[in-house]
Design a protein around this ligand. Structure first.
Ligand code: HPA
Length: 299
């Protein structure tokens, strides 16, 4: 498909500018097109191991591709089919707290978009705050609170949004007064009954995205608890970017720990990874439900 002929030509022009080189290097390895993107959160890779991959690309072999540095994140692109939908599965992500720029931390989404994706499924490990939650639960995101961005990063995203708007005025959803969240509510309404039929208990709530990397102090936890049900260090920027790119977004947190209410409780990244490995099957069920109910038209 000629990019110039697509309705998102201006947007893909921006993607080309930032990600063209790595996209071409990927294209030397695979010609696969995909319907969607799935990103595995910390320690959640195992959730999709049982889907055999049509193609596996070691992203270390792609010069210039940002590589995750934290435990629990690997760097493969797997082309797999889930519930009849062929997706680009990225086995790890690059967080802002690792020192990556916003552009780098969004490379997976950009690449998936350039490979044809129309929907994005995001997963993460998160700290739970709602009193009814417990470690091991999953939470479908109903909405998000972005406490990650710095003005300079916003500027870059704003230029992208402007391009998208010029090209497709009907996509002028971004933080629109309609009250629509970045997480696609129509899609979530299809996922909920699907997940329920699979017998998986789940919560629905608001995810607060923080830059990290430190876990929350008791005072921070008290504050965040007023605004959402779970906190983590990813996802919100990916969701925003995916929406700007015209994709629908579904997202799920695995609650790996509860936020301490007193300074006496310690949480470490190793605890998060350990809990994620145990909770991964529930996340896999969420991903399957999301792929099954994903529609190829955006939003
Ligand atoms: N805080 C922030 N991010 C997290 C947590 C947490 O407690 N657990 C997993 N990711």
């Amino acid at each position: 498909m000629n990019m110039k002929d697509t309705p998102l030509a201006a947007l893909t022009g921006v993607l080309e500018h930032y990600y063209g080189e790595i996209y071409r290097r990927i294209r030397q390895k695979t010609s696969a097109t995909v319907e969607g993107i799935v990103i595995s959160g910390s320690g959640l890779n195992a959730a999709l191991e049982h889907y055999s991959a049509e193609e596996i690309i070691d992203l270390h072999d792609i010069e210039g591709f940002p590589q995750p540095t934290v435990k629990g994140h690997s760097s493969f692109l797997r082309i797999i089919t889930i519930e009849g939908k062929r997706v680009a599965h990225f086995t790890g992500r690059c967080h802002i707290y690792e020192g990556f720029t916003l552009q780098d931390s969004l490379a997976q989404i950009a690449l998936g978009k350039l490979m044809g994706a129309r929907f994005t499924v995001l997963t993460n490990s998160a700290g739970g705050m709602h009193h009814s939650y417990t470690a091991g639960d999953i939470m479908l995101l109903t909405d998000s609170l972005n406490l990650m961005f710095r003005p300079v990063q916003r500027q870059w995203l704003a230029s992208l949004t402007q391009n998208a708007r010029q090209e497709r005025p009907e996509l002028d959803y971004f933080r629109a007064a309609s009250g629509e969240s970045i997480i696609s509510s129509e899609w979530r309404k299809r996922i909920v009954p699907e997940l329920a039929t699979r017998g998986i208990p789940f919560h629905q709530g608001v995810y607060i995205g923080l830059t990290g990397p430190t876990f929350e102090t008791p005072a921070e936890a008290r504050m965040y608890r007023k605004f959402g049900e779970a906190v983590g260090m990813s996802t919100v920027h990916e969701a925003e970017f995916a929406r700007i790119c015209g994709m629908s977004v579904a997202a799920c947190s695995l609650i790996t720990n509860m936020l301490p209410e007193s300074a006496a409780v310690n949480v470490s990244h190793d605890d998060v990874i350990h809990a994620a490995a145990i909770g991964a099957p529930r996340v896999a069920t969420f991903i399957a439900s999301a792929c099954k109910t994903a529609s190829s038209s955006p939003f």
